[in-house]
Structures are given as structure tokens and as C-alpha cells.
Design a protein around this ligand. Structure first.
Ligand code: SF4
Length: 289
């Protein structure tokens, strides 16, 4: 028996009831949730996702809204370029696809802000197509259970081939395998403290059978500390802009971060990304239009 059957059975018994896994969840909801989940934990995404879909239940609804509304509603999910991209994707879906989120991976990849993972996730989870969907949790489970390595290392093209080799032929079973492998990595086969005693494939895991040897390969890059980073300063500036309907003066921004050079660098990045507009004379706002 492959590892997919016990992982699927475990998921039925122990997987979380998350909004995007419920019957009837729309393809648009799946796309929005995947944008939000790209770099934000589940618990922070859920309330923001529900508010977002209540306000903009279809791509056309978001496309018709000012982009500043999308950035403001993104609130503190972080990496707000995703809000700009999601708005641009809604416009593209409305203009190019009649307001219907496409189901084809190539068409999804052509949307702003949609990368390989998101395109496959939408095609598989919203439309039931048989594609390997591989996130960091899936990669960790495969690295350990299949390859006997404690860590997956940096993302690699072979990750998709590894997952494709595990997928059952039936699309519904493949969809279950995709989501169940992710969930196992999120809840049981975690990065720091894998709970092998609670794992449905403990008896088939190559890494466990080898005595969980230390990882000697190349590690995936570690995200830099948030505290004191340009990312933190960008977040503080964005908070000021979101909170104001009027242009925010440079002097007001100076109050959010004392280091002039770092604050200017962060502001320049926001202007370059289109997340802020304005200048030192007129002040700064969220994007218009
Ligand atoms: S036995 Fe342990 S290391 Fe292997 S897949 Fe399960 S949780 Fe991960």
C-alpha cells in the first residue's frame, strides 16, 4: 500500500474544517484564500477572507472597486503587494474570462500575482483537476517519508514529479491526496517537532526507519527577522496610509520610524511597488484609481 491511502484516511478523521475546504466554496474564494495564505498563517487569514468575500463575492465586484479599497481591506495580512495583484487579477478575470476564474493552469498562471503553486491549487481544489500541488508542508513529508531526509531543502522542480508519482489516477482521490499531504505536514510532520507517534505513515517513513538522522544537505533560506527590518517599516507606513483619507505628510511619517534612511528606503519601495502615491510636497496616500 502506498502512503496516500493512510494519509487520506487520517485526513478524513483529523483534517481541519477550514472555510476553503467546505462544499460549495467558490473558485473565486479559493483564489482569494490562496493569495492570502501565500505568506500569512491560517488563523489570521480566516476572518479577513470572510470579510473580503462578503464585500466582494465575485471577481467583478472587486474589479469595480478602487484599488485603495483592496489595499485598505488587506489590513495587516502583510506583503500588501498581494492586494494589488489580487485586484489586478480580478480585473483580468472580468475582462478576459467573463468574470469566471479560469480552471486551466496556463490561464491561471497568466493572471497577475499567480505563481505555479497558486495556479495548481486553484485548478485542483476549486475545479477538481488532477495536478500535483506542492507546498512546503508537502515537501517536508515527502522528504522524510519517501527520501529519508530530515528537511526538504530549497524548492526544486523534482518536487512536482515526486508528488505526481504519489497521486492516484482518480481525480477526486488525487485531490484528497494533495490536501491530506499538506495537512499532515502542517499538523503532524512539522518542521521542528514531528509527532511520529501520531503519524499515520510512521511504519512506512524512511527517515524514521533510519533513526531520524540529522540533515546534512543544503537548507532552504531562512526568512530574515521582522523586527527592525524594512518590512516592518513598510508595514508601519502602510498603517498610516490606510488610516487616513487625506495625504499623510512626511513629518507624520517621520513619527512612525526614527531612522530617516531606513524610512526613506521603505517609502521608496512602497512608491515603486505602487502601494503608495504622492511626494514630499503633497504628502502620500494609498494608490488612486
Ligand atoms: S513518521 Fe514522523 S517524520 Fe515520518 S512522515 Fe510521519 S511525522 Fe513525518
Amino acid at each position: 500500500m502506498s502512503i496516500t491511502e493512510p494519509v487520506g484516511a487520517w485526513f478524513h478523521a483529523s483534517g481541519r474544517d477550514l472555510p476553503w475546504r467546505r462544499p460549495g466554496f467558490t473558485a473565486w474564494g479559493t483564489l482569494v484564500s490562496e493569495f492570502m495564505l501565500q505568506q500569512t498563517p491560517v488563523a489570521r487569514v480566516i476572518p479577513r477572507l470572510e470579510a473580503w468575500l462578503e464585500r466582494w463575492p465575485t471577481p467583478a465586484d472587486l474589479a469595480a472597486a478602487p484599488v485603495a479599497d483592496a489595499v485598505r481591506a488587506w489590513d495587516r495580512l502583510g506583503y500588501p503587494r498581494r492586494a494589488l495583484n489580487l485586484h489586478a487579477a480580478a480585473v483580468a478575470i472580468t475582462e478576459r474570462h467573463g468574470g469566471v476564474v479560469p480552471s486551466d493552469v496556463a490561464e491561471l498562471l497568466a493572471l497577475p500575482g499567480v505563481g505555479d503553486y497558486t495556479a495548481r491549487a486553484v485548478a485542483a481544489f476549486a475545479y477538481g483537476h488532477r495536478h500535483p500541488v506542492v507546498d512546503v508542508n508537502t515537501r517536508r513529508v515527502i522528504a522524510r517519508a519517501v527520501h529519508g531526509r530530515g528537511e526538504p531543502g530549497p524548492a526544486h522542480k523534482r518536487d512536482l514529479a515526486d508528488m505526481a508519482a504519489l497521486l492516484p489516477a482518480d481525480p477526486a482521490a488525487a485531490r484528497l491526496t494533495n490536501v491530506a499531504m499538506m495537512e499532515l505536514g502542517a499538523l503532524v510532520c512539522t518542521a521542528r517537532n514531528p509527532r511520529c507517534d501520531a503519524c499515520p505513515i510512521a511504519g512506512r517513513c524512511a527517515w524514521r526507519a533510519a533513526g531520524r538522522p540529522a540533515f546534512a544537505g543544503v537548507r532552504a533560506p531562512v526568512q530574515k527577522r521582522f523586527e527592525g527590518s524594512d518590512r516592518q517599516v513598510r508595514g508601519l507606513i502602510m498603517r498610516e496610509l490606510r488610516a487616513s483619507d487625506l495625504p499623510v505628510a512626511s513629518a507624520e511619517l517621520a513619527a512612525v520610524w526614527a531612522d530617516d534612511a531606513q524610512r526613506e528606503r521603505a517609502l521608496a519601495g512602497l512608491l515603486a511597488d505602487g502601494l503608495a502615491v504622492g511626494d514630499a510636497a503633497l504628502g502620500y496616500t494609498l494608490p488612486t484609481g
